[in-house]
Ligand binder design. Structure first.
Ligand code: MEV
Length: 297
């Protein structure tokens, strides 16, 4: 029977987290680890095999929403695999959602634009999670590095090279939904973050890494003021800067997960060691990676 396999990348937030939930812009980059979805028509009842996923709701909702919209209902076996653990906060749920919707569109030969995949994927995230800006759905679809405004009001691919980024995992799994729900919105801080995002967009496109790094550190300061950083993330960022990084910040919801540092190539090793000395784990991934795609079977 017919079989389709797709994959979609994880993401790292570069600038603008939390503010982007409140109608502000952010900048996100897609990363090299991917999730994979395989769809096969079967005779028996539909089932999902997702050994690495605790919560299959994202796959289930993706199928429900897709089938309702296009009046389809084949019996399917859906298998998912992931290159990375969901504990890092790399957006595995959004990537699985996007890879599932794309696989369904290929299986049923329904032509979808990126924007249409986004609308379906964002609906899934809103139904399962209740909160979120949709930036991770956009990153999984478009790939590369995006300037993004809440709910996909703007999705603008930025023409940049891969960034010399170092990613340090704090060892603590963040609870993104609770962090978003418990955040006390401060629109003065969000306005300042917006200025950073706009400046970062210009500097990234010009390849001004030193200035981009400084903007990262400024963004981190505002995230501290919002109360979403932790002592460990702060220490990892400070250590990175002291050992030669242009700048560093937490990436994502905060409360744990990862920090990122931008560094000159000749300082990458010393920055990595400094982060490890602070108890961080270096996650070796590339950025600015390709969006959702069909895989050969
Ligand atoms: C979480 O990775 C980033 C947040 O801005 C949430 C979102 O935009 O969906 C905190």
């Amino acid at each position: 029977m017919k079989k389709i396999k797709t994959s979609a990348p994880g993401k790292l937030m570069l600038f603008g987290e939390h503010a982007v939930v409140y109608d502000y812009p952010c900048i996100v980059t897609s990363i090299s680890p991917r999730v994979y979805v395989e769809i096969e028509g079967i005779k028996e009842r539909s089932r999902i095999e997702a050994p690495q996923v605790k919560n299959t709701q994202f796959v289930e909702r993706s199928i429900d929403i897709f089938n309702k919209k296009y009046h389809l209902s084949d019996n399917l076996l859906i298998r998912t695999y992931s290159d990375f653990s969901s504990q890092y906060g790399f957006g595995s749920s959004s990537a699985i959602t996007v890879a599932t919707i794309y696989a369904l569109s290929k299986y049923y030969k329904v032509e979808l634009t990126n924007k249409e995949i986004f609308e379906l994927g964002f609906k899934v995230v809103k139904q399962v999670q209740g909160v979120g800006s949709g930036f991770d759905i956009a990153a999984a679809i478009y790939g590369g590095t995006l300037y993004f405004v809440t709910g996909g009001k703007v999705i603008e691919p930025l023409s940049i090279d891969k960034l010399p980024l170092i990613i340090g995992y704090s060892g603590i799994k963040a609870d993104t939904s609770n962090l978003i729900k418990n955040l006390k919105a401060d629109f003065n801080i969000f306005d300042n973050i917006k200025k950073i995002v706009e400046s970062a967009k210009l500097n990234l496109v010009k390849g001004e890494l030193e200035k981009t790094g400084e903007l990262m550190s400024q963004n981190h300061m505002y995230l501290q003021q919002l109360g979403v950083s932790t002592k460990k993330l702060d220490n990892m960022c400070l250590a990175a800067i002291s050992s030669g990084a242009y700048g560093a910040k937490l990436s994502g919801a905060g409360g744990g997960d990862c920090m990122i540092a931008l560094a000159p190539l000749d300082k990458m090793k010393s920055v990595e060691s400094a982060i490890i000395n602070m108890g961080g784990e270096i996650i070796d991934v590339n950025n600015n990676s390709q969006g959702v795609k069909l895989e050969n079977i």
